[in-house]
Design a protein around this ligand. Structure first.
Ligand code: GAP
Length: 516
C-alpha cells in the first residue's frame, strides 16, 4: 500500500469512528478547519494531559497559564508578526490555484533528493556488501547532476530569502521548470507576500473599532505575562511558563488534513534562563522533548532531529523534532534558543521594564528564553498515524481474517476499558455496570452488549481500546472475568478485584509519566 493510500485510509478511519470530522460538514466544510468528534476529543485531551503534567507537575520550576486569544495590537508589532509573518505566494494563471512559492521549491528539491536516493538504493542492491555509498554519491554522474541541481537551487533560494527578493524566487520556479500540479502549466504570476494573521474588529461602536488579531501563536501570551508570573509566583531563574491554547493562521496552502490548519492548538513552554546558559539548556530541552515523544513507544525510526542551518537573526540555535508522517518526515515540534529578543522587544514597545533581579549576581538583566513549541493537532496526527495498523490474523479454524487496530499508547486511548457482558440476560449487564461504576472515576470505560463478542472486540480494536473484559456466567459464580489484550489478542482469566491494579500499571497516565 502506498503512503498516500495509507493516509487516505487514516483520514476516513478518523471520520468513520468519530475522531475527526470536516468542520461545518453539512455546509460542505470549511477548508483547513476540522472538528474533533467524541473519540477525538478524548484522545486530544489525553495528549494535553500528558504534555501539561510532564511540564507543570513533574517540574517544580514550571508553571502553567491560560492567556487570552485577543491581545493588544502592539504585541504583534513588537513580536515582528505584523511586518514579517508572511508567506510568499504565487498563482498559476491557468488553474487559478494559489501556492506557497517556498513550498513549490522545497517539493522540487525533495523530488530530486528522491531521485538520488533511488539511484543509491538501486546500486546498493546491485553491488551488495561491496557497495561504498559515499564513493558512489561522489562519483556517479546521474547522482552528481541531481546534487548539483539541488545545491544550485538551495543556494539561490537562500540568497533570495535573505534579500527578500520575490522576483528571484519566481525566477527559480521558472528556471526549474516547476509546473502547476493541477493545470500542468508553468504560467505563473509574480510572487507576493501574504500576512498569515487573521484580523477582526474590537469595540462596541463602529467608529471606535480597532483592528486586532487572532493570535498566531500562544507564546506572546507568555512573554507579556513574564513579569506577572515571576513576581506573583516568586519564581527564580531558571523557570518555565507553559500554555496550551488555540492559535490561528490564514494558511494558504492548507493541505494534509490536520497537519496544517487555520485554527489549531499549540502547547508551548518558554523557559527563562540566565544569559550564557543557553547552550546547556538547548541540549537539555532537546533531550527532554525527544524522550517525551519516545516514551510513547513509537518505533524509533519515526522520529528525528532536524537542526536549522538558517537561523533568525536573534536566535542562537533551533531544531525541529520531525515525525515520519504518512507523507514523509515533517516538523512536529520546534525547540528554539531565542536569546532576550522577545522580552526586549516588549520592553521597548510597552515602555515597561521586563527584567530579573539576580540575587546571586547582584544585577538586573533581561532573561534569555528557550522555547519548546508543539502543535497539538500535529501531535494527534503523529499518534494516530503511528497507531494505525491493518493486520491479517490466523483464526482457530485455519482461515485468516483482517482487522484494523489502533495501537495507541494505552494512557492516551480515548476508551481505556471495554466492559462486555456475554449476553443481555441473567444479570450479566448489572455485573458489568457495577464494574464500570467502580472504575469510571479514573478511567474512560465503554459498555457494550450488542453483537457477538468477536465483533465487539473488532470495534474496540478499531478505536484503540487497550483492554476489554468479558463478563460471563462464571463471573457470577467466582467473580472472575476474561481480560483481552488489544495488541496480542491474548485472553486471560483474572479476578475482578485485580482490574484496578492492572489498569494502574498499564493504562494510567501516572504509569506513562513515570517512564519519563
Ligand atoms: N512560538 C513558536 C512557533 O509558533 P512555529 O514553528 O510557527 O513556532 C510551532 O509553530 C508548532 O506549531 C509547529 O511545530 C507545529 O507543530 C504547529 N503548527 C504551526 N502551524 C500550524 C498549522 N497551521 N496547523 C497545525 N499546526 C501548526
Amino acid at each position: 500500500m502506498s503512503q498516500e493510500d495509507t493516509f487516505k485510509k487514516i483520514i476516513s478511519h478518523a471520520k468513520e469512528y468519530g475522531f475527526i470530522f470536516p468542520g461545518s460538514e453539512i455546509y460542505d466544510g470549511l477548508s483547513a478547519v476540522y472538528d474533533y468528534g467524541q473519540l477525538g476529543a478524548e484522545l486530544k485531551n489525553n495528549i494535553k494531559t500528558y504534555w501539561w503534567n510532564s511540564m507543570v507537575m513533574l517540574n517544580e520550576n514550571i508553571v502553567g497559564i491560560d492567556s487570552a486569544i485577543f491581545m493588544h495590537p502592539t504585541v504583534w508589532k513588537a513580536s515582528g508578526h505584523v511586518d514579517a509573518f508572511n508567506d510568499p505566494l504565487i498563482d498559476n494563471k491557468d488553474s487559478k490555484k494559489r501556492y506557497r512559492a517556498d513550498v513549490l521549491i522545497e517539493e522540487y528539491i525533495q523530488k530530486l533528493e528522491g531521485k538520488v536516493d533511488k539511484e543509491v538504493s538501486k546500486a546498493k542492491k546491485k553491488f551488495g556488501d561491496d557497495f561504498d555509498e559515499t564513493k558512489f554519491r561522489e562519483t556517479n554522474p546521474r547522482v552528481l547532476k541531481n546534487l548539483d541541481k539541488i545545491n544550485g537551487v538551495l543556494d539561490r533560494f537562500r540568497k533570495a530569502g535573505e534579500a527578500d527578493d520575490l522576483a528571484e524566487i519566481r525566477q527559480i520556479i521558472i528556471d526549474a521548470e516547476i509546473a502547476c500540479p493541477v493545470s500542468g502549466t508553468k504560467n505563473w504570476t509574480d510572487v507576493r507576500q501574504f500576512n498569515l494573521m487573521f484580523d477582526t474588529k474590537i469595540g462596541s461602536v463602529d467608529g471606535d473599532a480597532a483592528t486586532i488579531y487572532l493570535r498566531p501563536e500562544t507564546a506572546q501570551g507568555i512573554f507579556v505575562n513574564y513579569l506577572n508570573v515571576q513576581k506573583t509566583g516568586r519564581m527564580n531563574l531558571p523557570f518555565g511558563i507553559a500554555q496550551i491554547g488555540k492559535a490561528f493562521r490564514n494558511e494558504i496552502v492548507a493541505r494534509q488534513f490536520i497537519f496544517r490548519m487555520r485554527e489549531f492548538e499549540q502547547m508551548e513552554m518558554q523557559f527563562f534562563i540566565q544569559p550564557g546558559t543557553e547552550e546547556k539548556w538547548f541540549d537539555t530541552w532537546k533531550e527532554r522533548r525527544m524522550k517525551w515523544h519516545k516514551t510513547l513507544g513509537h518505533d524509533e525510526t519515526l522520529l528525528r532531529f532536524h537542526d536549522h542551518d538558517k537561523l533568525a537573526h536573534y536566535a542562537t540555535a533551533a531544531t525541529d523534532i520531525e515525525f515520519n508522517f504518512p507523507f514523509g518526515f515533517k516538523e512536529l515540534e520546534g525547540i528554539h534558543s531565542r536569546t532576550d529578543f522577545d522580552l526586549k522587544q516588549h520592553q521597548e514597545f510597552s515602555g515597561k521594564k521586563l527584567q530579573y533581579y539576580d540575587n546571586e549576581r547582584n544585577e538586573s538583566y533581561v532573561p534569555y528564553v528557550m522555547e519548546t513549541s508543539i502543535g497539538l493537532d500535529r501531535m494527534f496526527l503523529s499518534v494516530l498515524s503511528a497507531a494505525y495498523k491493518e493486520e491479517t490474523i490466523e483464526k482457530e479454524d485455519g482461515k485468516t481474517d483482517q482487522r484494523i487496530v489502533l495501537k495507541l499508547p494505552a494512557a492516551l486511548a480515548p476508551v481505556q476499558l471495554a466492559v462486555l457482558p456475554l449476553t443481555k440476560k441473567d444479570g450479566l449487564p448489572d455485573k458489568a455496570r457495577a464494574i464500570i461504576n467502580d472504575l469510571k472515576f479514573e478511567y474512560k470505560c465503554h459498555y457494550e452488549e450488542k453483537d457477538s463478542i468477536g465483533r465487539r472486540y473488532r470495534r474496540q480494536d478499531a478505536i484503540g481500546t487497550p483492554y476489554a473484559i468479558t463478563i460471563d456466567h462464571d463471573t457470577l459464580e467466582d467473580d472472575t472475568v476474561t481480560l483481552r489484550d488489544r495488541d496480542t489478542m491474548e485472553q486471560q482469566r483474572i479476578k475482578i478485584d485485580e482490574i484496578p491494579q492492572i489498569l494502574k500499571e498499564k493504562v494510567s497516565m501516572t504509569s506513562l509519566l513515570k517512564k519519563l
